[in-house]
Write a protein of this length. Structure first.
Length: 291
């Protein structure tokens, strides 16, 4: 169910509020461009600055707009287990196809704490649960051993969004958890290599603004056509790099605004891209033939 190019969805704003019209238009455009799924209210969706009501609104809009055309994996993580459980229950009620739950950040739980946290989430829902392993932001790393233990204990813990940047983890996780455990890269630049190691796709930032190209790249790499995948990668590499010159989603929202998809408005503490970065992004867009 979860494979290929899955967009880590931005949240459009207008005058400080969620731009619902732009969000609906954006989702429909993504599907027309061939995207394979969505993750609303993840890191790229500026979730830390959304209220609970806004968090639920974005999920609800996404599910209703998609209307079953592609899977929706709702962001439902928190560093509070109780809050994560509440978000997961909402996602199930709203009709999500799965949930993505980040490793608790800031409070730095042990591996046993991580096991208990994700077990509580899995016990609270019938939905497929994807672990979100991103030690660069959460500080803690969900070990391969803990993933295997969770998968064995809970049939609905079905995969991971792996943002470790360590391609060796793919093979280690295949060995420990099994080939059916869904492994999705959380890093655009190394997504081809991730698939070559046995991954199933990527939850992507660049696919917000280049969904057709990135879904074609994923399709090619998953079918073993790495020559085609690399030719697409060569077009996208400058953009993939430029999107993270400044804290995300500053770069991707600027590019989206250039494409007429939404405004580049964000919420503090993230600020718009600098003029110097915008020039680099403009050149990268031209290289990818987006403009």
């Amino acid at each position: 169910m979860f494979k290929g190019a899955i967009t880590a969805l931005i949240t459009p704003f207008n005058n400080g509020e969620i731009d619902e019209k732009a969000l609906v238009k954006f989702i429909n455009w993504q599907i027309e461009q061939g995207i394979n799924g969505f993750v609303p209210v993840g890191t790229t969706g500026e979730t830390p600055t959304l209220s609970h009501a806004e968090h639920e609104k974005v999920i609800d809009i996404c599910i209703k707009t998609v209307a079953g055309r592609v899977p929706v994996i709702a962001g439902a993580g928190s560093n509070s287990t109780r809050e994560a459980v509440r978000l997961v229950k909402f996602a199930q009620k709203a009709g999500a196809d799965g949930v993505l739950c980040v490793a608790p950040y800031y409070n730095k739980p042990s591996q046993e704490g991580l096991f208990q946290h994700f077990s509580a989430i899995a016990n609270a829902t019938d939905l497929p649960v994807l672990l979100y392993n991103i030690p660069g932001r959460s500080i803690v790393d969900i070990s391969t051993k803990t993933m295997a233990r969770l998968n064995k204990a809970h049939k609905n813990i079905v995969g991971v969004k792996d943002a470790t940047g360590d391609l060796g983890r793919v093979s280690l996780q295949r060995e420990a958890v099994g080939h059916d455990f869904v492994q999705l890269s959380g890093e655009d630049m190394s997504a081809i290599g991730y698939n070559a190691h046995g991954g199933h796709g990527c939850i992507s930032v660049v696919s917000n603004v280049a969904p057709k190209l990135f879904s074609s790249l994923q399709s090619a790499s998953l079918s073993g056509d790495f020559e085609l995948a690399l030719s697409i990668q060569d077009k996208l590499t400058p953009l993939m790099q430029a999107l993270f010159i400044e804290p995300s989603p500053a770069g991707v929202k600027y590019v989206a605004s250039r494409l007429g998809l939404c405004s580049e408005e964000m919420r503090l503490p993230i600020v718009p891209a600098s003029e110097a970065t915008k020039k680099i992004l403009d050149a990268a867009m031209e290289h990818a033939e987006l403009v």
